[in-house]
Write a protein that binds this ligand. Sequence first.
Ligand code: C2G
Length: 131
Amino acid sequence: MKRIITFGTFDVFHVGHVNILKRARDLGDQLIVGISSDALNYSKKQRYPIYSQEDRVEIISSLRFVDEVFIEESLEKKLDYIKNNQADVLVMGDDWEGKFDWVKTQCDVVYLPRTPSISTTEIIEIVRKIK
Ligand code: C2G
């Protein structure tokens, strides 16, 4: 049984999110997703997500290729989350390339290419321009 773990905010859920979660799940048997809390998101990006953490948890846990979800409170706790969830592989998009190599003592780390031309930020900008 190979357990895959990944992390993200997954705000304004879009196809780039689907693609990384599906590809992550395909690397093993079970997919566990750490969803950034509203507070963590604020500390990283100086804005709160559009969707609350409760709604983001609801959306991600409804996906058939996701087995378990939990709230990620801090980037520094990554090693604890990996240990507690008995994960064998950490998967992240390649915008995080190299950033989590420090957990390689505990599990494999794989960075997957991002889906081009789509992001939450871009969607928010497009919607803002619509009158
Ligand atoms: N992603 C992707 N393609 C896109 C957009 C996002 O593959 N076009 C991936 C990102 O690389 C990431 C995941 O989708 O692996 C979630 O993206 P975000 O919600 O932007 O996550 P982020 O805020 O970067 O949080 O502990 C790490 C953080 O929680 C990651």
